[in-house]
Design a protein around this ligand. Structure first.
Ligand SMILES: Cc1cc2nc3c(=O)[nH]c(=O)nc-3n(C[C@H](O)[C@H](O)[C@H](O)COP(=O)(O)OP(=O)(O)OC[C@H]3O[C@@H](n4cnc5c(N)ncnc54)[C@H](O)[C@@H]3O)c2cc1C
Length: 366
């Protein structure tokens, strides 16, 4: 029986169409070119690449410390950290000091944190006195000097833009995409005014992953997140601080704006849901005062931070990791449309798992 999708002529065809030009979509497009697909199209509704979660995040290149309750994620982060830092050296702040501080009432004790770091092989030593005295000793049990870095999202975007042009990936911006259905030897796509036939489709739309037109078997939790951008007091310049493990906070350099980001486990999330409706970043009442007030109790010098503004972004995580903090990559082929691959990149360094997966797939003869 003839399919409806095949009846109307296509305006264009391509080997692969990637929906979403965030860090993941851009990297996937490059990998597919390296795998020999001649005609790769990368499409985003935004006016430039990396405008959404790939910009508005805490910029941490994870090295495992964050995940004492999710060992597999901690180990994957450790395995990816040096690879990421070396591959993207020009977009990583090279000389950041990273402190992890264990708060009184934390779910891990200082001794447990040290043991955990030893298990995953992550550098960790008691923080020298001039760092330890940054914290209120009544609220912080111990601070550790660790090795973690941050990336500069603007540099990453510039680098990817150059790489996409050099690789001959066709980039189409300001273009909304919707998957229409399976078509003969491919997938029918509506991209702006055009109907496109793609042999393969990758849905790399992160917070909108369920709305590209293909069903997702995994359940995704979305949370509207607020991060403050602050001009830190001089003592915090070049220092990233993470207070563990519970309703505490992180203050990290945010090189793309020359400021620090401040996120708080209790006040950064505004609302969470798993409704079938696309989300908008509706203006919210800011939690900035509560965030800063509570963080200042632990790190008194924050009282001299100047708030420059808030970044709002939708955070997408897997429901199955709601209670263990795990951040695995999701790679899912649609049962009804096996030529569509959905990829949810839970954190930036998971890109190495995606590349490995793409290399195992048969992309067929061009
Ligand atoms: C608050 C917050 C803090 C985070 N902190 C960190 C951190 O410190 N370290 C870390 O490694 N990770 C962090 N992450 C996770 C990280 O940001 C994501 O893993 C990563 O950015 C996902 O990249 P992406 O390309 O999949 O998504 P995005 O960058 O969001 O790209 C998706 C793109 O799809 C486009 N799109 C969506 N639907 C359509 C459509 N129908 N048609 C056309 N275009 C469409 C969007 O415009 C967007 O550009 C954080 C995330 C958040 C939200």
């Amino acid at each position: 029986m003839a399919r409806e999708e095949d009846a109307i002529p296509f305006d264009r065809s391509c080997d692969a169409l990637i929906i979403g030009a965030g860090f993941y979509g851009a990297e996937i497009a490059l990998e597919l070119r390296r795998l020999g697909l001649p005609d790769v199209l990368l499409v985003d509704r935004a006016p430039a690449i990396m405008r959404r979660a790939s910009y508005a995040n805490q910029a941490r290149v994870h090295n495992g410390y964050h995940y004492p309750r999710a060992l597999a994620t901690a180990e994957r982060s450790r395995a990816n950290f040096e690879a990421f830092v070396s591959e993207y050296a020009d977009a990583v702040l090279p000389d950041m000091t990273s402190l992890y501080a264990i708060a009184a009432g934390s779910r891990v004790s200082p001794a447990q944190f040290e043991t955990f770091c030893r298990i995953i092989g992550a550098p960790c030593q008691p923080a020298p006195r001039h760092f330890a005295t940054l914290f209120d000793p009544a609220l912080i049990e111990q601070a550790f000097l660790t090795r973690e870095l941050v990336f500069d999202a603007t540099r990453l975007a510039a680098r990817l833009e150059r790489a996409l042009a050099e690789a001959g990936v066709t980039l189409r911006l300001n273009t909304e995409v919707h998957i229409l259905g399976a078509a003969e030897t491919g997938v029918a796509i509506q991209a702006g005014p055009e109907r496109i036939h793609a042999r393969h489709v990758v849905n790399a739309t992160y917070a909108d992953i369920e709305f590209a037109g293909v069903p997702l078997a995994s359940r995704v939790r979305k949370e509207l997140a607020e991060m403050l951008l602050i001009a830190p007091p001089p003592e915090l310049r070049g220092i990233g601080i993470t207070v563990m493990d519970g309703p505490f906070f992180s203050a990290m350099p945010f090189p793309a704006a020359g400021l620090h980001s401040l996120s708080h486990v209790r006040y950064t999330p505004h609302a969470a849901n798993e409704t079938p409706e696309p989300e908008t970043l509706a203006p919210q009442r800011s939690n900035r005062d509560a965030m800063l007030r509570d963080s200042t109790r632990y790190l008194p010098c924050l009282s001299r931070a100047r708030v420059a503004g808030s970044m709002f972004e939708m955070k997408a995580t897997l429901m199955r990791n709601e209670h263990d903090d795990g951040r695995p990559i999701l790679i899912e082929r649609a049962a009804t449309m096996p030529r569509v691959l959905s990829v949810l990149g839970a954190k930036i360094d998971n890109i190495y798992e995606v590349r490995s997966y793409l290399r195992t797939q048969d992309w067929g003869a061009p």
